[in-house]
Structure formats: structure tokens, C-alpha cells
Design a protein around this ligand. Sequence first.
Ligand SMILES: [Ca+2]
Ligand SMILES: [Ca+2]
Ligand SMILES: [Ca+2]
Length: 515
Amino acid sequence: MKKLLPCLLFLTLLTSCLKDDLEDLRKDVDSLKEKMAQYESLLDALNNRLYIKNYEDNSGSYSIELSDGTVMSVNDSPSFIEIGDNGNWWIDNQDSGKAAGEYPNSMPEIGIGEGGNWVIDDVDLGISAQNQLAKAGSNIIALAQITGQLSFVFADGRTINFDASAPVISFNIPEGGFVFDKMSWFKVAAVVKLDADASYEWLYDGKVLANTKDLTYVFAKAGEHLLQLKAKNEFGVRTEQVTITINDAVYTNNLTKLFEFKPAPGQQINKLPAWSEGIAADSVLKTAEKALTNNSLISLGSFGGYVTMGFDHTIVNGEGNDFLVKGNAYSSWAEPGIIMVSEDVNRNGLPDDEWYEIYGSEHSNPEAIKNYEVTYYRPESEPTNPNEQNYISWKDNQGQSGFVPKNSFNSQSYFPGWEADSISFTGTLLPTKIFDQSGTGTFWTNPSFDWGYADNQSNNNEAAQINISWAHDSEGNAVKLHGVDFIKVYNGTLAAGGWLGEVSTEVSGFTDLNL
Ligand SMILES: [Ca+2]
Ligand SMILES: [Ca+2]
Ligand SMILES: [Ca+2]
């Protein structure tokens, strides 16, 4: 019995030792399973041709975001290997002092040498891999970011490499190259690999043209241009260039087409251009088009009356002012028309795209009314009084009403003959500066606004010129247009000046200042 006690004690100890060992073993197996799972998920990702979008270093553990959005964690506290800006190998932010050389196409062989130092392609970097030595098998000892790849280096020497690079750019070049006429839209399509979360910059002569993947642009001058596309992601930036050839072309320096002519009532309506009973709207439009292409005046009538012009080329937004809508204003008699511009974004040749307002000098005038709407009503009969003040009635969306007056200089009906009995117009209503300078009603004056309108300053005054860069969207945001294909002008005021009658914008043609 005396001998039995130590034996029993020994057995108990043995059992408990065994228990600890089993516990350790289970932990090892669990850990191994975890490592294998990590290894498997990396292989899966590789098989699915995923690439690495981003990674985050959380002091030793890494969150790695794959191109399909999944995030993997690497908790092995691997070392991080990269080529520093000085061209040397860096390990965990420590410069090895050894030049890395070029690795354009392949990953180097990374491992731990017999002396316990990091060794890359047989070169001992002189930096201890002490913290990774205890690892074995499916443990990750290093993450290496080299030549556009992120490499997972395992303790048993295996590596798994993922693409993790700056975007790779190529161009879909049409047969014969990118050749276009000047003042016509062209598009350069870019093919970009590794484009997740990429940002873009198209450059020409150091000037940023666009921040889109594909470039749609229009040049005012002929010539050969070298365009650069920079694509950038978390891993870096890559630049490629493409040559485009812009051919010269001959264009008409005026509008060439009218899409719409919708005047509001006014003293020149049915006269400029002429209308008589039985003439339909489409032939009025043709007559107006003919007048404008011949630089003859047409009248837009009272507030809201408009015209929509088209051209045989795109009006380019060049340096400074770009165009002029011609009218017959002079310094003391302005009839300001608001100018709208639009790009044929859907390329169907029709003005069915978004419109932008050219902000002139009065855009922030507190008296200007946005989203103003007015409806005019055809009178039941023409008045017997040739100077009837309560002639064509109107109502607006501000609760106001009034009349377009008649005057003895123009005896025809002022209501567009081809239109329905009531017509409505919307837009921004500008405050008018009209006043009777004589005090006796003989000399009415409507001073010009400073800039930015049609029929506001005389045609040869620079203040009559328009810069496409003044365009704003309906929310009031400035928009960057490379060029415009359609221009609309509408009368922006609702006013009358005694015997001179209502203020009505006139248009007599168009000048492209870049031609
Ligand atoms: Ca411009
Ligand atoms: Ca005028
Ligand atoms: Ca269109």
C-alpha cells in the first residue's frame, strides 16, 4: 500500500498532464482549422478572379477588402514588405538598405533564411524575421505589396498573389484612330481594369477636361491633340495617353434651324413674322426660321414668349465669351431675354435634353421671381379703341393679373393667330427698370441690365456677349458644359412703356464668337 500511493499520485498527475496536452492539441487543431479556412478562402477568392480593393492595417492584423466587397481578416500579425520610395526593400517600415530592383512581371521569392533574417530572391536583407520564426504551415508570415500585387507568404513557403494595383488603362481605338471634325462631339472610350473605386482625370495641355472614365468633348480648333487619362485608386495612379485628330470644317456662323417659335401676345405678333388666317403653326415656324437665318427680326411678344435655335455645329465653351444672340437693343431701350442652353446629350439631334439658364447680371436680384408662370387669354373680339389699355388679359401664379395694352401703331391682333385661346409661359421674371424719362409720357426709357441677356445691350457691345460658363441648372448650381447644341431665348420681363407698348424681346440672329 505504501508503494501504491505514489503510483496513484503519479497516475493523477499523468491524467492531468494528458488533459492539458489534449487541450493544447485541440487548440492547435482549432487554430489549424482557422488557418486552413483562411488559406481556403484566399484560394477561393483567387479562383474567382477577385482582386484586392483595399487593405487596412489594424496594428498587426489586416482587413482586406476584395473586389466583390467581402472583407477578410488576417490575424497572424504578418510582416509587411514593400518597395519604398527610395527603391529599397522595406520590412515593417524598416529600410533594409538593399535595393529592390525592378519587378515588372513577377513576384520575388520571399522567405526566412537559415540565419533567421528575411531573404528575398536569395539576398539576405539583414533584418531579423524573429517575430515570424515560430510560425509553421498555414500561418501567414508576410504580406508583400509589390508590382501591383499583394502577396500572402505562408510559413511553409507557399504564396498566394492577388492583383492589387493602380488601375490599368487601355483605349478602344476605332479603325483609323480618333478622327473628328472641329466643333463636333467626340467620345474616347477607356477600358480600365482594376477600376473599383477609381477616380479619373482627363488632361489636355495640363488642363483638366473631365473627371469621367470616358471622355466626351468638343474642340473649337482643328489640330492633333494628345489627351491623357489618369486613373487612380487606393494603390496608386496610372496615366495613359491617346492621340486624337480634329479636322477643320466649314460652318454657318448663325443659327441654321428653329425648333420652336412660341411668342406670347405683343404688338409685333402676327407681323414679325407675318401670319394670316389659315397659316398653321409649322409654317409660322418656317417663316420665323427663314427670317432669323437671314438676320431679320422676329418678336417674342410679352413675358415668356420664346424661340429655340439649332446650329450646324456645336457652340463650344471656349475661353471667355462664346456667343451672341442678336437683337435690336440700344442703351436706353433694352428688352432683356433670358438665354437657356442645352447639350444634345442623347445625340438625337433634338432639344429634348436638360436646359440650363445663363445667369446674367440680375440672377441674384431679390426682385427676380423664379418659376414665374403667366397665362394670356385671347380677347373675344378686337377693341374699338386703337389704344385700348385693357386689351389682352393675363393672370400669373403670384395672384396678379393685368393686360397687354394695344397701341395705334399696330392695329392687327396681338394674340398669336395660330395658337389656342389661352397660352401659358414659365420662367424667371426679371424686374424691369422702365420709366418715363420725360414725365409727360413722351419719352420712355428701359435701361439695359449690365450683362448676360439677349436684346439687352447693342450687338456690338461686349456686354451683349454670353459665356457658356454662366450656365446653371434648375437647382441653381453652376454647370460645366464643354459646348451646347441648342439655345432658347425667352422674354424675361412683363412690362409696358406707354405709347411704346409692351416690352418684347426681339431676336435677329446668332453669332458664334469661336468661329
Ligand atoms: Ca466660355
Ligand atoms: Ca428690342
Ligand atoms: Ca437631344
